[in-house]
Design a protein around this ligand. Structure first.
Ligand code: SAH
Ligand code: SF4
Length: 339
């Protein structure tokens, strides 16, 4: 059986050729899959019943299953998706700005090898990469289930996207071309895999690059992120400067605020100093407690003070809204486990 989700127009044309149908049929199927997000071939109502029957003999829309769906009181929806090999992954739909903005948070790998000390995904270790089709299937699942069209995509679910770059780039191309989501509405978040950042710079990537920095200096970052031993903040900074120079794009710096660890006024000043010559916005993420460790979230007062000090250095700073906390859909809580 052929799986229609994830196929390019050219690939769908091969199927319509096989069935001796016109290329126009391929375009119709393509629209049903990516823009109207149907669940079955029967819903493709502008195809004749006879043609649908023939198509059904050789193809299906998708081969994934929704294992669990949880809806939060703030409208966030979390899905646990199962692929044919039995591996599961989580994907989240967040609604901002009166629902005009529908952001899908997608996973790029099953598990993650980077093993940051604060992250629930990392605790599972690395299982395998997702194919580009498996990545886009997450967004299609959301669209099929809700009947809504996703407008923004962030690679902030499970996995380190830059360690599965080929599939991530191919998925982004499809989000861009088939889903008609603009490059600037796509964000790739990375723990800082330096050689791959240079690669993105060379590709002149126009999507948003988000860096999970989380620390103001080498000593603190080492405690949180083992990747700091491989690519330290000095090296990272050179890569970021190259990236800005090549792409002209502003980087997003993600900074997890953990009580007593990286949330002091000294840390804020040191961070501002580190970022002083990098074109960036800063996104502060109050730590989301998980069961795996005893890190805590700082008080609101501490968060506001930290924000103020950074703003004082001339940067644009936002504090990430907590979404879906009641369904464990918050960052770092995506584990893909079946409870
Ligand atoms: N591997 C990539 C992308 C996935 S993680 C990366 O690390 O950037 C997406 C974001 O969630 C990262 O910024 C990560 O640091 C953050 N995150 C992980 N655990 C978290 C937690 N417990 N609370 C809040 N944010 C967390
Ligand atoms: Fe991997 Fe990102 Fe979690 Fe670190 S924060 S373990 S890089 S998913």
């Amino acid at each position: 059986m052929k799986i229609l989700s994830g196929l390019s127009l050219a690939e769908i044309e091969k199927i319509t050729d096989e069935l001796h149908a016109s290329k126009f049929r391929a375009r119709q199927i393509h629209n049903w899959i990516y823009l109207k997000s149907v669940k079955s071939i029967d819903e493709m109502t502008d195809l004749s019943v006879k043609f649908r029957e023939e198509l059904k003999k050789i193809a299906v829309v998708t081969d994934i299953k929704i294992k669990v769906k949880q809806v939060s009181s703030d409208g966030t929806i979390k899905y646990l998706i199962e692929y044919p090999d039995g591996e599961c992954v989580e994907t989240v739909l967040m609604r901002f700005d009166n629902r005009a903005n529908l952001t899908a948070c997608v996973s790029s790998q099953i598990g993650c090898a980077v093993n940051c000390s604060f992250c629930a995904t990392g605790k599972r270790g690395f299982i395998r990469n997702l194919s580009y089709k498996e990545i886009i299937e997450q967004v299609l699942t959301i669209q099929r289930d809700t009947g809504l069209k996703v407008t923004n995509i962030v690679f902030m679910g499970q996995g380190e996207p830059l360690l599965n770059l080929e599939n991530v780039l191919k998925a982004m191309e499809i989000f861009n071309e088939n889903f008609q989501i603009g490059a600037r509405r796509l964000t790739v978040s990375t723990s800082g895999i330096v050689p791959k950042i240079y690669e993105l710079a060379e590709n002149d990537m126009q999507s948003t690059l988000a860096i999970s920095l989380h620390a103001p200096n080498h000593e603190i970052r080492k405690k949180l992120m083992p990747v700091e031993n491989k690519y330290d903040m000095k090296e990272l900074k050179l890569a970021l400067k190259k990236y800005v120079e090549k792409t002209g794009r502003r980087i997003t710096i993600e900074y997890l605020l953990i009580k007593g660890l990286n949330d002091s006024p000294e840390s804020a000043k040191e961070l501002a100093e580190y970022l002083s010559d990098i074109k960036c916005n800063i996104n502060l993420i109050p730590y989301n407690p998980t069961e795996q460790n005893d890190y805590q979230k700082p008080s609101n007062n501490t968060i506001q003070k930290f924000k103020y000090l950074l703003e004082h250095s001339g940067k644009k700073v936002t504090v990430r809204l907590e979404r879906g906390a009641d369904i464990d859909a918050a960052c770092g809580q995506l584990r893909g486990k079946i409870n």
